[in-house]
Design a protein around this ligand. Structure first.
Ligand code: CP3
Length: 382
C-alpha cells in the first residue's frame, strides 16, 4: 500500500499571505472576507461546489482530522478536547495533519459544533467516550438568556488558527463549519447525546413558540461562528445537521428548515459555497437543498444518482462511501469507491466523501489509498 512520505508540508504551492497585508479591499469591506486567490478558487473542490468541470473528483473526509491518526492521538495526550479546540497552535496542527498525510483536496477546520455554545457561556463539557454533556439542559423560556449572540472576540483562537491555516494550506481550501440549530438544540435539550431525540421533539411539538425562539438564538450563534471563519479566510462552509434525519419531511420543513435557511442566507454576501449535511436524511434531501445549500451532503443509504435527482440540477452532492467499508479488505474498498464515483457522475457536481465521519479504528493508510483511487479513477480533461 502506498504511503505518503513527504509529510513536511501540505501539497500545493506557495503559501498565500498577501491577504493579511494592508487595509481591507473594497471586496473585503462589502463581503467581510478577503478575495479568494485565483489558484485556490480554480481548484477541484471549489469548482465542484460550483458545478464546474473538474480535472478530477475532489475528495476529503468528515472527521479526517481526528482519532484515526496516530499523530493526532499523540498530540492530544493529556489535553482535553475543548482545550485543544481553544489553542490556535493545536487547531492549526491538527487541521494540517490529514492534508500532509492523505493529499485530500480540502481541509476541515478542527473544532466541535459545541465550541460556539461554550464561547457564549453555556456550561458544557466534552466527555471522553460520551460526547457533549450540558451542565443544565434547556428546559424553559428563562434558559433563552443563556444563549446570547456570539461576537468574534468570543473566539479569538478561531480567527487566529484560520488565519495561520490559510497561509499554510496554499492551494488547499479550508472548510469552516458549524452545527445547525436542530442538532445543537438536541444537545442542549437532551443534555447530551440521544438516540431518539425524544425530549427535543417533545419541546418542538409541545411548545412551538419556545422551540422557534431557541432555534432562532442558535441560528444567530451558528451564523456568526461561520462568518468568523469566513472573514478569517475559510473558502467554504459546511453546516452539520447531523441528527435532522430523526424528523419527517413535513416537520423538518415546519420546525427546522427556516432556521437553517437563515444561517445559510446570512452567508450569502460572502460568496463562499455552502454545504449542508445530515445523517439518515434520504427523505429530507430536497428540503435541505432548499434551505439554501450549494452542495447537499448524503449518507451511504441513498445512491448519489437518487440523491442528485432529489436535490435537483442546481446543487452538487457530497458523499457517500459507508465509513464501515474502510474496515474491509482493499479489493472491497476499491469496488465501493468505484461505485460511488460512478453514481456521483450522474450529479452536476460531486465531492467524494464518506457518508459520515471516519471511524476511529480506520487504518489511515486506507484513507490515503482512497484518495489515490478517487483521483486516478476520476481524472479527466477539465
Ligand atoms: O475525531 C474525534 O472524534 C476526536 C475529537 C472530537 C470531536 N468531537 C471532533 C469533531 C471529539 C471527542 C468530539 C466530541 C463530540 N462532539 C462527539 C463524540 C465523538 C465521539 O464519537 O467520541 C459528538 C457526537 C459531538 C457532536 C458533534 N461534533 C457533531 C454531531 C458534529 C457534526 C459532525 C458529525 O459527526 O455528525 C461534530 C463536529 C466535529 N467534531 C468535527 C470534529 C473534528 C468537525 C467535522 C469534521 O471534522 O468532519
Amino acid at each position: 500500500m502506498a504511503v505518503m512520505t513527504d509529510t513536511a508540508a501540505p501539497r500545493g504551492t506557495a503559501p498565500r499571505s498577501e491577504a493579511d497585508a494592508g487595509p481591507p479591499s473594497v471586496a473585503e469591506q462589502v463581503t467581510g472576507r478577503a478575495p479568494v486567490p485565483a489558484e485556490l478558487a480554480d481548484g477541484p473542490f471549489l469548482r465542484a461546489c460550483r458545478r464546474e468541470p473538474v480535472s478530477h473528483t475532489p475528495v476529503w473526509f468528515m472527521r479526517q482530522a481526528g482519532r484515526s491518526l496516530p499523530e493526532y492521538r499523540k498530540l492530544r495526550e493529556g489535553i482535553g478536547m475543548l482545550d485543544s479546540c481553544r489553542r490556535a497552535d493545536l487547531v492549526t496542527e491538527i487541521t494540517l495533519q490529514p492534508i500532509r498525510r492523505h493529499g485530500v483536496d480540502a481541509a476541515i477546520f478542527f473544532s466541535d459544533i459545541v465550541v460556539p455554545l461554550i464561547a457564549v457561556g453555556v456550561g458544557l463539557d466534552i466527555v471522553a467516550g460520551v460526547g457533549p454533556v450540558v451542565d443544565e439542559p434547556f428546559r424553559g423560556e428563562s434558559d433563552l438568556a443563556r444563549l446570547r449572540p456570539l461576537e468574534p472576540d468570543d473566539v479569538p483562537y478561531v480567527t487566529e488558527a484560520v488565519g495561520t491555516l490559510v497561509g499554510e494550506l496554499g492551494e488547499v481550501p479550508l472548510i469552516g463549519f458549524a452545527g445547525a440549530p436542530f442538532t445543537l438544540a438536541s444537545y442542549l435539550v437532551e443534555g447530551g447525546p440521544s438516540r431518539t431525540h425524544a425530549r427535543t421533539k417533545a419541546l418542538m411539538y409541545g411548545e412551538p413558540e419556545l422551540w422557534h425562539a431557541l432555534c432562532d438564538r442558535l441560528a444567530t450563534i451558528s451564523s456568526a461562528f461561520l462568518r468568523v471563519q469566513v472573514a478569517a479566510g475559510a473558502s467554504a462552509v459546511q453546516l452539520f445537521d447531523s441528527w435532522a434525519g430523526a424528523l419527517s419531511e413535513a416537520d423538518y420543513r415546519k420546525y427546522v428548515q427556516p432556521h437553517s435557511a437563515r444561517v445559510l442566507a446570512e452567508l450569502a454576501t460572502t460568496g463562499v459555497p455552502k454545504i449542508h449535511f445530515g445523517v439518515g436524511t434520504a427523505e429530507l434531501l430536497t428540503a435541505m437543498g432548499e434551505a439554501g445549500a450549494d452542495v447537499v451532503g448524503v449518507d451511504w443509504r441513498t445512491p448519489l444518482a437518487t440523491a442528485s435527482a432529489r436535490v435537483g440540477p442546481d446543487r452538487a452532492v457530497q458523499g457517500n462511501l459507508d465509513p464501515a467499508v474502510l474496515l474491509a479488505d482493499r479489493q472491497v474498498v476499491a469496488e465501493h469507491v468505484g461505485r460511488v464515483l460512478a453514481d456521483g457522475a450522474a450529479a452536476p457536481g460531486h465531492i467524494f466523501n464518506l457518508g459520515h465521519g471516519v471511524l476511529p479504528e480506520t487504518d489511515p493508510d486506507v484513507l490515503t489509498r482512497v484518495v489515490e483511487l478517487v483521483h486516478e479513477h476520476s481524472r479527466r480533461e477539465a
